[in-house]
Design a protein around this ligand. Structure first.
Ligand code: AMP
Ligand code: TRP
Length: 329
């Protein structure tokens, strides 16, 4: 990976819960489009996932499944490097160094995701959950990343990675590249089917999301039951019709139809036909996706991850060497 002249992108997803259409449309499908133009590194961020308790047996399988999701979404293992975060100990090593040298308590206290998650969990919040954005910065900075494609909810974390890199460079000498955040225009924030004011989330109730593993029947039910807005016109208006705007976004991204075309198609009004057709579009997508997912074996994935750890390790080690030198370690 050191010989490539292409700019580097880095991104990751936590191997927990049910990956859903929000993850796919906001992040992973975007990676598949970018992989040709960039040296692409896609991480399964298992150290991020242990900020909350995981069941070991389920977790082991979720890690493999997340790699399968990347592959089924069109990430080409010949173009891009898919690897497991905990295989490369330099991630945690750099996180510790950044904790000490660059990150401040006030930086982390300002993170909106931590505020939301910690309020939801009450007393039982791990130090790791608080510190997670620093580990994320380490992930990104280890590989000289140029750009980080993520959904809208991760923007603040990538900005922190930029700030930590700049601070470190200023205090200890030029070391890190400053990464850019890449957020797609539509789909960066897919909303919940049961509540279009909140993002689609794997920690919400199943009525909130379409999991990438949902059957045609379940998917159909969820879409027909998705909340809609008052009135009956199928028009894209995020402020006044957030539910319909969200469903139109999903429909448009999965079918390749523009929102304008879809508005025209359903101009006669009424949500019934619109939802029925959308359910069909999502079902077709899921069938194709699941066929690809099911064709990949656990063993194949284990071998790929093992092999790829060796591809990324030299760069991670080289960065850590440089950082330690700057600090006198
Ligand atoms: P996570 O599931 O939190 O590990 O998120 C993995 C990736 O999916 C990140 O880039 C998120 O920004 C993105 N993502 C998660 N939920 C959504 C959503 N509802 N809409 C768009 N992108 C999302
Ligand atoms: N924190 C991200 C999330 O929960 C996942 C993540 C970890 C990540 N490290 C990263 C994303 C580095 C992009 C780059 O969605």
């Amino acid at each position: 990976m050191t010989t490539s002249k292409k700019p580097t992108i880095f991104s990751g997803v936590q191997p927990t819960g049910n990956l859903h259409l929000g993850n796919y449309l906001g992040a992973i499908s975007q990676w598949a489009v970018m992989q040709e133009k960039y040296q692409s590194i896609f991480c399964i961020v298992d150290y991020h996932a242990i900020t909350v308790r995981q069941d070991a047996e389920t977790f082991r399988q979720q890690i493999l499944n997340t790699a399968k999701v990347y592959l089924a979404a069109g990430i080409d293992p010949k173009e891009a490097i898919i690897f497991q975060q905990s295989d490369i100990k330099e991630h945690t090593e750099l996180a510790w160094i950044l904790n000490c040298a660059s990150a401040r308590m006030s930086d982390l206290e300002n993170m909106t995701q931590f505020k939301d998650k910690s309020t939801a969990k009450g007393e039982n919040v791990s130090v790791g959950l608080f510190d997670y954005p620093v580990l994320m910065a380490a992930d990104i900075l280890l590989y000289g990343t140029d750009a980080v494609p993520v959904g809208d909810d991760q923007k603040q974390h990538v900005e922190l990675a930029r700030d930590l890199a700049k601070r470190f460079n200023h205090d200890f000498g030029e070391t890190f590249k400053i990464p850019e955040v890449v957020i797609r225009k539509e789909g960066a924030r897919i909303m919940g089917l049961d509540n279009p004011k909140q993002k689609m989330s794997k920690s919400a109730s199943p009525a909130n999301y379409i999991a990438l593993t949902d059957s045609a029947e379940i998917n159909h039910k969820k879409i027909m039951r998705a909340v809609t807005d008052s009135g009956s016109s199928v028009t894209f208006d995020k402020d006044n019709k957030p539910a319909i705007a969200n469903l139109l976004t999903i429909y448009s991204l999965l079918s390749g139809n523009t929102i304008k075309n879809l508005e025209h198609k359903y101009r006669a009004g009424g949500y019934g036909d619109f939802k029925k057709d959308l359910a069909e579009v999502v079902t077709d997508f899921l069938a194709d996706f699941q066929q690809k997912f099911n064709a990949i074996s656990d063993q194949e994935v284990r071998e790929l991850l093992k092999h790829n750890a060796e591809l990324v390790r030299p760069k991670a080690q080289a960065t850590i060497e440089k950082v330690k030198k700057q600090l006198g370690l």
